[in-house]
Design a protein around this ligand. Structure first.
Ligand code: RP5
Length: 167
């Protein structure tokens, strides 16, 4: 995509069904993004270069998703001063708790904004990236307001449907 503002990077193509949640949110808000596969462990040099070159290519926010010993977000954050949002993948022998701890427990000095495990985390990563970009983009401020109103209306509609259900 031309002039991506957000880089979504994941450790493996097996992460794609989860990380697509983030891409979908960005598409809904009209934020161009680039989706890449690069592993902190299997392709460390490639990952370091991708992160180090991101700002120079106009990227403003990076979303990094990985599973198991999930060092991707931390390694990416160590190579750039762009804000990095981490998404721990679920599954595996430890159901994503391994990836959560690996992503969230960064040493002081190199922050990673860590989201929830799995699809909810990927979706929130997309929204959080939009919120960061909205600091300098009034169009996104308005769109975020409409997004919240739509969610609230959906909850109210579900409650109405529940109240109208025959007992
Ligand atoms: C991590 O290892 C990836 O992010 C993925 O979640 C996990 C398993 O990778 P595959 O064996 O499915 O390629 O690096």
């Amino acid at each position: 995509m031309a002039n991506p503002q957000v880089l979504i990077v994941m450790g493996s193509d097996s992460d794609l069904p989860v990380m697509e949640e983030a891409a979908q949110v960005l598409a809904e808000f009209g934020v161009p993004c680039e989706i890449r596969i690069s592993s902190a462990h299997r392709s460390p040099q490639r990952t370091a270069a991708l992160a180090a070159e991101a700002a120079g290519r106009g990227i403003r926010v990076i979303i990094a998703g990985a599973g198991m010993a999930a060092h991707l977000a931390g390694v990416v954050a160590s190579e750039t001063t762009l804000p990095v949002i981490g998404v721990p993948m679920g599954g595996g022998a430890l159901n994503g708790v391994d990836a959560l701890y690996a992503t969230v427990q960064m040493p002081g000095g190199i922050p990673v904004a860590t989201m929830a495990i799995g699809k909810a985390g990927a979706k929130n990563a997309g929204i959080f990236a939009v919120q960061i970009l909205a600091l300098g983009d009034e169009r996104l401020v308005v769109a975020l307001g409409a997004f919240r109103e739509k969610m609230a209306a959906e909850v109210a509609a579900k409650d109405r449907a529940l109240q109208e259900r025959p007992v």
